[in-house]
Design a protein around this ligand. Sequence first.
Ligand code: LLP
Length: 410
Amino acid sequence: MSFFSYRGKSLSVGRVPLASLAQKFKTPLYVYSQASLMDQYLSLKNSFSGRPLLICYALKANSNFSLCRVFKELGAGAEVVSGGELRQALRIGFSPSKILFSGVGKTRDEIRFGIKQKILAFNVESFEELKALGEVSAQMRLKASVSVRINFPIKAKTHPHTVTSGNLSKFGVNQKEAFLMYEWARKAKWLKIAGLHCHLGSQVFSSKPYVQAASLAKNFIRQLAMRKISLSFVDMGGGFGVGDETIDFSGIAGAYSQEFKEWPALGLVLEPGRFLVAESGILLTRIVHVKAGGKRKFLIVDAGMNDFLRPALYGARHPVVSLEKKTGKAEIFDVAGPVCESADFFARDLSLCAPKSGEFLGILNAGAYGFSMSSQYNFRPRASEVLVDGKTARLIRRRETFADLIRSEA
Ligand code: LLP
């Protein structure tokens, strides 16, 4: 369900017209709907009942303090992939006992910090990492919890950049190596085996790979049980797609309860990022110039690929709409940013009625991997962010300034 809709002629979030926010806070501007964040979280939670459930929000999708705080207040945990994200998750107030730390390149400093914080578990992605974890925990004389990330032989259909399974992937380990790792971890004095982790890829729409993964996870857990290794939770990862299609959670939830029915106390962990935040966000941008002299007509806008990289990096399609509905004859435009790269486009062949410079456009489904992947390329300060709760629009990140751009130069 979209929380952005036209009220009269004005695209609005709830009752708040977005053009008024663009005027007030200037553009480029990310606007998020708090109602949407809550709705997505609760609908996901309600889809998976029947066993202990922990939803660990993947901070990489959007790590803004105030936005993440909404999930923390609803009882979520966090999935982090760097020391920075771990610190941010703790600052937001996520309980360490609900934080999972993934990533193929955790440094010893990051491992040390995670152990000290007593996080729920490290999603371990290689044997070397496991050994480093064993060594550091022994040095610290503190227990560290382990969940091995298994790369099951399953293909999840998605963009090549967001595939994380298969034997060409740098993520996780195969089942054979995973067994050896669990055996090794069992003998390590300062390690505690906590769970099993898998994550199939991102922007996955089919329930099939999740169903297949559950069956393989069941077989794996059975074999661990034969070796007297038991788990507290099974972590099936994130990756639920957002866009034109919708994902069938009932099929996935049904498969999980079926496959894991012999272990009623086994906790279920999910690590969604995009599903929770993508639709809550819109990127507002102003038309700077209408460039109509050549063969193609361009709308040059003030947001660029440095603000929102997905279209340029993945060829991702995000609807681009006018904030004020107009009537009249429509013409075809390409919408491009100001960055000096030919890939800096948000839409091709967009049909719009008499757009003029100074007017605003909105780029939809921009809440996930939008701001979090933004950069200062072309010496452009990063955008500001606003969270709308009912009638209240609150600035949750101020726009960067030139001073911010040069702050760290020595
Ligand atoms: N868990 C792990 C271990 C992950 O690697 C990821 C995403 C997630 C959870 C969350 O996945 P989600 O539910 O958000 O699909 N920048 C790309 C997406 C990269 C995803 C990386 N890992 C994009 O904009 O499409």
